[in-house]
Design a protein around this ligand. Structure first.
Ligand code: ATP
Ligand code: MG
Length: 262
């Protein structure tokens, strides 16, 4: 029987490629025929901006139809789903009000489980093969909610000294979350923003691949100037430029994810 697989894109290190990976893996999974729901869990609205222009994103952010409203009022998330322009790909947009979510969660009963609970109907309906959640660069109660609602974590890590520095903190946090969500697993570390002109990335990759119990995706995501042009146009990289290196690498990563989740 088909199951909906929920994956959090999380790493407390800012700018590690969480949103870029979530958006483009989501799009790639959809082109591979999978039904995908994206959830923008960050007040920066970057996942929403990956698919809709600024005007539209701000319209959702200030309306009743965003993730913040659903969490704060503990409403069924199925009523907050928006179609993207792409087949098989839907999204729950975010709001800048997510900046106060930690404060709002504080007084809620079983506050780690709010997102898990409001996602239940969608998961039970089996309308989606994958739910991908873009997490903000923090390690608080809200990211705990995201991880408690997830089966797996994809952890984008930038192949730089400071990119690797925070990995241990993230793993400690995941161990804490596992006390509540026992089934949570690291699907893989995804090495991102690799600049092949520099040598350091080779050492980062070796360090990660040799670390005990750390699953690392075979595909690495290299720096590609087309990524920012695509984001400037609110389009997935493969729609902006199908022949780009990043489009091909994200498609390969999506195939790896399908294989790992079988
Ligand atoms: N493969 C790539 N090539 C070039 N630029 C990239 C690539 N991946 C990401 N970037 C750029 O790096 C920056 C950070 O990426 P992104 O926003 O995806 O990271 P993030 O982890 O979601 O950040 P935050 O922690 O702020 O949410 C963005 O400006 C993005 O355009
Ligand atoms: Mg982000």
């Amino acid at each position: 029987m088909k199951k909906t697989v929920t994956i959090a894109f999380a790493n407390n290190k800012g700018g590690s490629g969480k949103t870029t990976s979530c958006a483009n893996i989501g799009y790639s999974l959809a082109t591979l025929g999978k039904k995908v729901l994206l959830i923008d869990g960050d007040m920066q609205l970057n996942l929403s901006l990956s698919f809709m222009d600024e005007e539209k994103v701000l319209e959702y952010a200030t309306s009743e139809k965003n993730l913040y409203r659903a969490v704060k009022e503990q409403k069924d998330l199925k009523d907050y789903v928006i179609n993207t322009p792409y087949e098989n790909l839907d999204i729950v947009p975010s709001s800048t009000l997510m900046s106060s979510i930690e404060y709002d969660l504080f007084t809620m009963w079983q506050r780690e489980m709010i997102l898990h609970n409001i996602l239940e109907t969608i998961k039970e309906s089996k309308a989606y093969d994958f739910i991908l959640i873009d997490a903000p660069p923090t390690l608080g109660g809200w990211v705990m909610n995201i991880l408690c609602a997830s089966d797996y974590i994809v952890m984008p890590v930038e192949a730089s000294p400071w990119g690797l520095f925070g990995v241990a903190n993230m793993f400690d946090f995941v161990d804490d979350v596992k006390k509540i969500n026992k089934k949570l697993e690291l699907l893989g570390v995804l090495i991102t923003k690799v600049d092949a002109r520099k040598n350091y990335y080779k050492q980062s990759i070796d360090n990660l691949r040799e670390a005990e119990g750390v699953e690392v995706f075979d595909t690495i995501i290299r720096v590609d100037a087309e990524v920012e042009w695509a984001q400037d146009n609110s389009k997935p990289i493969a729609v902006h430029k199908k022949s780009s290196r990043a489009a091909a690498e994200y498609l390969e990563t999506a195939k790896e994810i399908i294989k790992k989740c079988q």
